[in-house]
Design a binder for this molecule. Structure first.
Ligand code: GTP
Length: 175
C-alpha cells in the first residue's frame, strides 16, 4: 500500500543515560531497573499509525528502533550503523553533566557518519523523575537545542513521562 512506510531511528548517547529503558518503555511498556549495558546494538520494532497534520493522510509506519551501546569500546561499531538512520534520539541524563557535555561529540559523530549532516534529531533529557538530583536545567538544555535547531524534550522512562512523545517529536520532524 502507498501509505506504508519503513523508518529507522537510532537512540544514541553515553552509557547509562537510559536509552534501553526508554525503548523498553516505548515498545514493551515496562521498566526494568537492573539492566546490563547494551553490547553493540539491539533492534526493536513497533508498528503505528501516523496522521499527517498537513494532509490528514494516515500512514502505517513500521518503526525500527536501534538501541546502541553508549560505551566507548563500541563506538566504531555503532557509528557504522548511523548511515541509514532517518532520525536520532540524542539522549542524555539530566543528573549527569558529562552525558550532557558529550552530546556535542555525539552530534559530531552523526555529522560525520549519517547520510546527511541535516538528518533529523531530537534532544532527550532523561530521568526527569530525579528532580532533586538534576544538574542540567531546562533553560540550559533548551539553549543548546536551539543552537543546533533541534527539538528538546524531558522524559522519565521510570515514570513513563513523555516517552511516546519523544518518538513522536522525531517522527514529526522526519515526516
Ligand atoms: P548503555 O546500554 O550502556 O548505553 O546504557 P543505556 O543508555 O541503555 O542505559 P540503561 O537504559 O541501561 O539505564 C541505565 C540506568 O539508568 C539503569 O540503572 C536504569 O534503571 C536507570 N534509568 C533509566 N531510565 C531512568 C529514568 O527515567 N529514571 C531513573 N531514575 N533511572 C533511570
Amino acid at each position: 500500500m502507498d501509505n506504508d512506510l519503513d523508518l529507522k531511528f537510532l537512540a544514541i548517547g553515553d552509557s547509562g543515560v537510559g536509552k534501553t529503558c526508554l525503548l523498553n518503555r516505548y515498545v514493551e511498556g515496562n521498566f526494568n531497573e537492573k539492566l546490563a549495558p547494551t553490547v553493540g546494538i539491539d533492534i526493536r520494532d513497533k508498528s503505528l499509525s501516523y496522521k499527517s497534520n498537513e494532509t490528514n493522510k494516515i500512514f502505517n509506519i513500521h518503526l525500527q528502533l536501534w538501541d546502541t551501546a553508549g560505551q566507548e569500546r563500541f563506538r566504531s561499531l555503532t557509528s557504522s550503523f548511523f548511515r541509514d538512520a532517518m532520525g536520532f534520539l540524542l539522549v542524555f541524563d539530566l543528573t549527569s553533566e558529562t552525558s550532557f557535555i558529550n552530546v556535542r561529540n555525539w552530534i559530531t559523530e552523526i555529522q560525520s557518519n549519517a547520510y546527511s549532516e541535516n538528518v533529523d534529531m531530537v534532544l532527550v533529557g532523561n530521568k526527569s523523575d530525579l528532580n532533586d538530583q538534576r544538574i542540567i536545567s531546562k533553560a540550559r538544555a533548551l539553549e543548546f537545542a536551539a543552537q543546533y535547531q533541534v527539538d528538546y524534550i524531558e522524559t522519565s522512562a521510570l515514570n513513563n513521562i513523555n516517552v511516546g512523545e519523544s518518538v513522536e517529536l522525531l517522527l514529526r520532524s522526519v515526516m
